[in-house]
Design a protein around this ligand. Structure first.
Ligand code: DC
Length: 220
């Protein structure tokens, strides 16, 4: 059974997807981390991020693994290094390339085969798992998303003005929403939630209740 959670950066989808997977006893797939792994490898291997063919080849060459809440590329723990501002920026660039998307979509479908999973990203309900059992699309007001990101970065010891973060988020949203392949849009049958004024527990309570009520009325 597949549950998808899509939405822009800072909408709370990662925290919600992780928490929901724990509550339901499902696996959890962070597909943004996969795009980040490609970006990290491109930078690590000094590949030109604007060279679409070369970046596509990197995405096919590397081995991405999730183990014990860690993210590994070819066995190397990159959990922290894929969260830098540079990798974040390059990830949204390489995510536009069809060859990269094709490869990662293939891996995402493979990861979800025969298991119960909550998968989060930008295109999980639209492109990767159009037949998902339950689809959510989370949004939040830009100011709130920037505030959350600011707190996250502060926890990593980085002090970046909220106004700068707001501008970066805006640029990234535009790139994610306007790209031709798998743009960030809600699936027609996705349930949309604005998380701006909700606590994580409030979000989780609502999502869990919806999935469980569907499970009891429509057991797979
Ligand atoms: O969710 P995130 O910030 O970790 O995602 C990193 C980048 O990858 C972001 O620019 C959007 C892109 N992405 C995507 O295009 N498709 C996905 N399924 C997940 C992420």
């Amino acid at each position: 059974m597949i549950v998808t959670i899509d939405g822009p950066a800072g909408s709370g989808k990662s925290t919600a997807a992780r928490g929901l997977s724990q509550r339901l006893g499902f696996e959890f797939l962070d597909t943004g981390a996969m795009y980040r792994c490609v970006a990290w490898s491109v930078l690590d291997q000094n590949v030109d991020p604007t060279d679409e063919d070369a970046v596509g080849a990197v995405s096919q060459r590397i081995k991405i693994t999730f183990a014990d809440a860690k993210v590994l590329v070819d066995g190397q723990n990159v959990s922290q290094s894929i969260r830098t501002l540079k990798v974040t920026d390059v990830a949204s660039l390489v995510a536009q390339y069809p060859a990269v998307r094709e490869e990662l979509v293939r891996l995402q479908r493979q990861a979800a085969e025969e298991i119960d999973i909550v998968s989060e990203g930008r295109d999980q309900g639209t492109v990767v798992f159009p037949e998902a059992f339950c689809k959510f699309f989370l949004i939040a007001d830009p100011q709130e998303r920037a505030r959350r990101r600011h707190e996250e970065l502060r926890a990593q010891g980085k002090e970046i003005p909220v106004a700068d973060i707001l501008q970066q988020l805006d640029e990234r949203d535009q790139r994610d929403e306007q790209r031709t392949v798998a743009p960030l849009v809600p699936a027609d049958d996705a349930l949309e939630f604005n998380t701006s004024t909700l606590t994580i527990d409030e979000v989780l309570d609502q999502l869990e209740q919806i999935v469980r009520s569907r499970m009891s009325s429509n057991p797979h």
